[in-house]
Design a binder for this molecule. Structure first.
Ligand code: FE2
Length: 313
């Protein structure tokens, strides 16, 4: 299953393709021409585009070329749908960067099989997106700047995904928590060493600067579609249920659950390891602190209790 954008100027054709793909449960959207398709692709990138070539205004070739030129959308497979069985159209399509072709009239089972296969490849490219590994390396480099947090990202990844599994979250959320462990503080790349590595308490203006790591990290991850599920963790792992957290002062259920999970395991790991400004505390003390934070109305008691049960506190 995946999200599929069908582009055709004849609404009946789009409906036909939609009905052929319906048995596989894809989330289907439609666009009436190339220009609308480009708008939709930028607003919410689909996993696959099925595009008619003969359309008014911006035709399928032009729209395909625009999608393939843009670094943010070039990995989305584009299938050109054509009634033209001539070599010239195919060559034009290949030059425009099309990943595959299907011909009208449609052969239903063949169309479904092609779509399934391209979506499978898309999932691999999402996972292998080289830019993601660059960002993960960046996150590990930041961890290396502050040697006392050694292994923090790895532990967070393990704690958070284990807690997510215990809470019965779906595989996408668990994957986001595993990645989020590495990426939650990637925005610290934009924080000067004088603040990041300061021994002792931060001045108010320094703390304001430090808070920006959530926004900077969100912006960094925002360039990559394959990191979209991690972004809520990166941006909101310092929010508190009573609205006193940052950067957006979200409250209660307005804070994404996976960000709440990361917030809990982050505090636990920060307290139980040595930092520039403090010694490592015993796990039991960290558990007490988390329970105190529940009492302040900052964290959900059930999440904290489940986590503490997992780490034997
Ligand atoms: Fe953080």
């Amino acid at each position: 299953m995946g999200s599929v954008l069908i582009v055709d100027d004849i609404a009946g054709n789009a409906r036909l393709v939609e009905s052929l793909l319906a048995p596989d449960g894809h989330a289907v959207r439609t666009a009436g021409d190339g220009a609308e398709a480009l708008r939709l692709v930028h607003a919410e990138p689909p996993d696959l585009i099925l595009m008619d070539v003969m359309m008014p205004h911006v035709d399928g070739f032009e729209a395909c070329q625009a999608i393939k030129r843009d670094p943010q959308t070039r990995l989305i497979p584009v299938v050109l749908v054509t009634a033209l069985d001539d070599t010239a159209s195919r060559i034009r399509g290949i030059e425009a960067g099309a990943d595959d072709f299907v011909q009208k009239p449609f052969n239903g089972p063949e169309l479904r099989a092609r779509v399934r296969s391209l979506l499978r490849i898309k999932r691999y490219t999402d996972d292998l997106d080289s830019a993601v590994s660059v960002i993960v390396s960046l996150a590990l480099t930041i961890e290396a700047r502050d040697r006392t947090t050694d292994g923090h990202c790895q532990r967070l990844s393990q704690y958070a995904s284990a807690l997510g599994r215990k809470l019965g979250l779906d595989e996408d959320d668990i994957g986001a928590l595993a990645r989020g462990g590495f990426l939650h503080d990637v925005g610290k790349v934009g924080i000067p060493d004088a603040v990041l590595l300061k021994r002792g308490a931060l001045e108010p203006d320094e703390f304001e600067l430090m808070k920006q790591h959530t926004v900077i990290g969100d912006r960094l991850c925002g360039t990559l579609r394959s990191l979209r599920r991690v972004r809520p963790i990166v941006r909101h792992h310092h929010e508190r249920l009573d609205g006193s957290g940052y950067p957006d002062g979200l409250r209660g259920d307005g804070i994404p659950l996976i960000a709440q999970v990361m917030g809990i395991v982050d505090v636990f790991d920060a307290l139980t390891t040595e930092r520039p400004y403090k010694m490592a505390l015993p796990a039991a003390w960290a558990a007490e602190e988390l329970r105190r934070e529940v009492g302040f109305g900052w964290r959900r008691a059930d999440l904290v209790d489940t986590f503490l049960g997992q780490v034997g506190c």
